[in-house]
Design a protein around this ligand. Structure first.
Ligand code: SF4
Ligand SMILES: [Zn+2]
Length: 280
């Protein structure tokens, strides 16, 4: 069987066996311009799903321009409705500016930690406004292996319990579930598929990714053999049976912005407050 067919079959199987979504669902794909999200976009459309997409333009200089162009190109070519969330228009500042402001008050917090919290906050809010049933993200087996190892090194393996092809243990009318059709795909196969299909991917790394702990783990895992990566995943599946499962906990709503969160105030409001972000 050809590589592309095998790859597509693995994604189809992941969607079906984990009941990620059906053709009746309103499927929102979060796209960054990188290979994972563009492969999701291209492939789900090819498999006959009626998808729509959202891209957050972070305004990180030329890098963001390239990412935005890539998203616009793939959506135009495949007739996919695309919403661009322009962070400067919506919040009045670029991600770099917001991040610097946060870091000046919170010493030691990494670039991606700040950016990740804000992106998740935007994504949940926007997808709810767009009445999406699920948000499709580009996480793959390499990402999951990184998270697993990171949590082990932090001494909190139980944090990995919530990983999986679909977000678990959270059910709330204001929380839109995240689903990962590429969950069992290797990063190198996703890259190969994107090259074969000539997708307009931005392959360069984000200039703000820096040298976070996750990046160090990522580099370590990248150097491992394919079998070792799969073993990491299998080990997690084996030991996860012994990790005490968290109850399907009820979420609170942030006292400042109203978004679902575990504490009284959500992570985004804790970091940046409400002044920068509109409350629509
Ligand atoms: S690499 Fe880090 S800083 Fe760059 S877009 Fe991703 S989360 Fe944000
Ligand atoms: Zn909040």
């Amino acid at each position: 069987m050809k590589f592309e067919d095998k790859f597509e079959n693995l994604v189809k199987k992941t969607i079906k066996e984990n009941s990620l979504f059906t053709k009746k669902n309103k499927i929102l794909v979060a796209i960054s311009g990188g290979k994972d999200s563009l492969v999701n976009t291209y492939l789900l459309k090819k498999l006959g799903y009626e998808i729509f997409a959202i891209h957050i333009d972070l305004k990180i200089g030329k890098y963001s321009e390239k990412c935005r162009n890539a998203c616009e190109k793939i959506c135009k070519e495949n007739k996919i409705p695309l919403k661009i969330y322009d962070i400067k228009k919506e919040m009045g500042s670029s991600m770099c500016y917001i991040r610097n402001a946060v870091q000046s008050k919170n010493k030691g917090i990494g670039n991606c930690a700040v950016c990740g919290v804000i992106k998740k906050w935007i994504m949940n809010r926007e997808s709810r406004k767009m009445k999406a049933d699920v948000i499709v993200t580009g996480h793959n087996i390499d990402d999951e292996a990184q998270t697993f190892l990171l949590n082990i090194l932090k001494g909190s393996p139980e944090l990995s319990f919530n990983t999986g092809p679909i977000s678990k243990n959270i059910s709330d009318k204001k929380f839109i579930p995240r689903v990962k059709p590429l969950y069992y795909c290797l990063e190198k196969d996703i890259k190969k598929y994107s090259i074969i299909k000539k997708l307009p991917v931005v392959y360069e790394k984000c200039p703000c990714s820096g040298d976070s702990y996750r990046i160090q783990i990522r580099n370590f895992i990248e150097e491992r053999f394919e079998k070792e990566k799969k073993n990491l995943k299998k080990s997690f599946e084996r030991i996860s049976k012994d990790i005490p499962k968290k109850e399907n906990s009820k979420l609170n709503y942030c006292e400042k912005c109203g978004e679902p969160c575990r504490a009284k105030i959500c992570k985004k409001c804790e970091l940046v407050g409400t002044s920068l972000l509109n409350k629509k």
